[in-house]
Write a protein that binds this ligand. Structure first.
Ligand code: 5GP
Ligand code: ZN
Length: 133
């Protein structure tokens, strides 16, 4: 298996492990957005969000929650972002599902996304395409 995260999970490549249980692992990102930036993933290899069964996602999110709690309790951070890059167009470089947990501090200058405005009728047009019945 060429997947670098599977190699970390199997102990073939070292990592700074924040938390581990039977089905999930959390370790420090090698190039953090902020110190304490942690990657949380299932131990079993799934490429992206839709590929991953619900029970595995649920276990992974419980680990995200534990990591967030530890960042707040032990690093004194004010909050954190949780994100997942889903597919290469969205910036996913490692094709093994993982959630980024990013510690945030007041005025840390980390800016993420632009905010657009819908023109007349545009929101309704989008909604008519993606609404799930
Ligand atoms: P993605 O863009 O796929 O959502 O994020 C991949 C993340 O994995 C990046 O933030 C990158 O810094 C991190 N990363 C890549 N290779 C390694 C590695 O070998 N060890 C660790 N700890 N993190 C890695
Ligand atoms: Zn993998």
């Amino acid at each position: 298996m060429a997947c670098i995260f599977c190699k970390i999970i199997n102990g073939e490549i070292p990592a700074q492990v924040v938390y581990e249980d039977d089905s999930t692992m959390a370790f420090l990102d090698i190039n953090p957005h902020s110190f304490g930036h942690t990657l949380v993933m299932p131990k079993k290899h799934f490429v992206n969000f839709e590929d991953t069964p619900g029970d595995v996602l649920a276990a992974t999110m419980m680990t995200v929650k534990k990591v967030g709690r530890s960042l707040k309790d032990n690093l004194g951070v004010s909050g954190y972002n949780v994100y997942e890059n889903n597919d290469p167009v969205a910036g996913q470089i490692i094709p093994h599902l993982h959630f980024h947990v990013i510690p945030r501090h007041e005025n840390d200058g980390l800016e993420f996304w632009p905010q657009l405005k819908y023109g007349v009728g545009e929101a309704e047009a989008i909604l008519s395409k993606i609404k799930i019945n």
